[in-house]
Ligand binder design. Structure first.
Ligand code: PRP
Ligand code: URA
Length: 216
């Protein structure tokens, strides 16, 4: 879909592929079928901090006067509070990395499980604040396959007043990117890789398998 050979970061129509060596080397370990679940979970946390760092590089800031131990200085603070919304289960593995980067961020939880026959997401948990207007919202899910889960979650966030949503994924299928962009043409999407395709049971190929099962 996108050719990014040799580039560390490429953005095409609001989709940013983050091709940094540290992220890509950990992604390789995550793909490896021999990586056991404890290592998988650790790696997913580790890879998420730099992914989210890249996804928040252009957050708005406001200026701030600071008193250092020596003198006054000019600094900045984030203009708006950050809300992380991991989609259970697999994105729980991303949360540790997200919170390492921004421990003060608030966290809302969404529980969605894809029905394995229809591939449609089914809701089982909504622990997201009622009013989201004041937040910069980052939706976290390592896998963007058909896009059904991210779209359902994004629609809830919009209904709650989220003004801008950043979708942060580790791996995406071209099919999921297309659907998500169609539903959220103004949102930013970040991923470490866009794989070849979905197979006939909705798995990303080559992918890394079932992220939730591999985590837990
Ligand atoms: C996986 C993954 C995403 C979803 C992506 O979760 O973590 O949430 O599938 O697929 P989609 O783009 O086709 O909706 P799953 O529903 O398997 O639940 P789990 O994390 O509990 O395993
Ligand atoms: N969900 C996963 O965990 N893996 C896939 O490949 C697709 C959806």
């Amino acid at each position: 879909v996108f050719s990014f050979a040799g580039h560390l970061q490429v953005t095409v129509k609001n989709v940013t592929i983050i091709n940094r060596p540290v992220i890509q080397s950990k992604l390789g370990e995550l793909r490896d079928v021999k990586t056991p679940h404890a290592d998988f979970r650790r790696l997913l946390g580790e890879v998420s901090a730099p992914l989210i760092y890249e996804a928040t590089c252009d957050l708005p800031v406001k200026s701030r006067r600071i008193q250092t131990p020596l003198t006054k200085a000019e600094g900045v603070a984030l203009s708006r509070e950050v809300l992380f919304v991991p989609i259970l289960r697999a994105a729980l593995g991303m949360l540790e990395g997200a919170q390492a980067l921004l421990p003060e961020a608030r966290v809302g939880f969404i529980g969605l499980a894809r029905n394995e026959d229809t591939l449609q997401p089914e809701w089982y948990l909504d622990k997201v604040p009622r009013r989201l207007g004041r937040f910069e919202v980052l939706l976290l899910d390592p896998m963007l396959a058909t896009g059904g889960s991210a779209i359902a979650a994004g629609e809830l966030l919009q209904q709650r007043g989220a003004k801008s949503i950043r979708f942060v994924h580790l791996l995406a299928a071209p099919e999921g990117i297309r659907s998500l962009r169609k539903s959220f043409p103004d949102s930013l999407i970040f991923t470490a890789a866009i794989d070849s395709h979905l197979n006939d049971v909705g798995y990303i190929v080559p992918g890394l398998g079932d992220a939730g099962d591999r985590c837990f």
